[in-house]
Design a protein around this ligand. Structure first.
Ligand code: PHE
Ligand code: FE
Length: 286
């Protein structure tokens, strides 16, 4: 074992900890039917090893490795940005090992093993998304060198963690932060409070986010091809352009936004802030 290496001690989990996993797993399985996108649900099904209790990363890695060549590495908690990106760039996803307590099923601000594994690994079973995550890691190392990490991090937040995708049946969830939360799985799709806006790369990278509550804005991609096409170019000129643009508050709606749903919680504030202006907002399907 190399210096500093951290491992999941799978045999040390208590029965009560496996029971917390099973409660979370079964209720999310239920809530995500008809809410998560097909890519997520297919990935989850492919991860049969995860239904019975906190997965043993060694077994999980056999399944995940065979599907896309990704692997899970255990970490004690948040890792430094350069370490995180280097893992992703090598198709390794860092996961915490601890699980929340039974009285924290509904919301936890920091990632635990349920968020990291149930939330992220199903999408890593998808070959196209698996490539996106690796490219993101490579882009992260570059952004660090360019001093633009704060801009790139928002892309991760609003896609990998809190992304929605349009389908013929209506918006569906693919973001890991949503799929690992029962409340936000329902809120993100069904609440009238948050904005649901069409994905726009530079717009997303200007938008600050909140880490302490449900999101006030969700960005909705048309499909994964759109997301990958938008993120394929070299971001260096984008970062340059972003330096001249102001940050946007999480609840901001711009006249140039494609508005799928204007959040009711924000409508009053927006009207006050832009009094006298006319809104060119388009209300469109689904
Ligand atoms: N193309 C981006 C860059 O040059 C890297 C990237 C790929 C970022 C995919 C996010 C997602 O920085
Ligand atoms: Fe996460």
């Amino acid at each position: 074992m190399s210096e500093g290496e951290f491992r999941q001690d799978w045999s040390a989990y208590a029965p009560a900890e496996h029971a917390v996993w099973r409660s979370l797993f079964h209720r999310q399985e239920e809530v995500l039917r008809g809410r998560a996108c097909g890519e997520f649900l297919d990935g989850l099904e492919g991860l049969g090893v995860a239904a019975d209790g906190i997965p043993d990363f060694r077994r999980l890695n056999e399944t995940l490795g065979a599907a896309t060549g990704w692997g899970i590495v255990a970490v004690p908690g948040l890792v430094p940005d350069d370490v995180f990106f280097a893992h992703l760039a090598s198709r390794r996803f860092p996961s915490t090992c601890f699980i929340r307590r039974a009285d924290q099923l509904d919301y936890l601000q920091e990632p635990d093993v349920f968020h990291d594994i149930f939330g992220h690994v199903p999408m890593l079973m998808n070959p196209v998304f698996a490539d996106y995550m690796q490219a993101y890691g490579q882009g992260g190392l570059k952004a660090l060198g360019l001093g633009s990490l704060h801009h790139l991090a928002r892309l991760y937040w609003y896609t990998v963690e809190f992304g929605l995708i349009r389908t013929p049946a209506g918006p569906r969830i693919y973001g890991s932060g949503i799929v690992s939360s029962k409340g936000e799985s329902i809120y993100s799709l069904e609440s009238a409070a948050p904005n649901r806006l069409g994905f726009d790369l530079l717009r997303v990278m200007r938008t600050r986010y909140r880490i302490d509550d449900y999101q006030t804005t969700y960005f909705v991609i048309d499909d994964f091809a759109q997301l990958f096409a938008a993120t394929r170019p070299d971001f260096t000129p984008y970062y340059q352009a972003l330096r001249a643009l102001s940050d946007l508050a999480p609840e901001t709606v711009l006249d140039s936004d494609l508005i799928l749903h204007r959040g009711e919680a924000m409508a009053a504030a927006h009207t006050a802030a832009s009094a006298g202006g006319t809104s060119a907002a388009k209300k469109i399907g689904p």
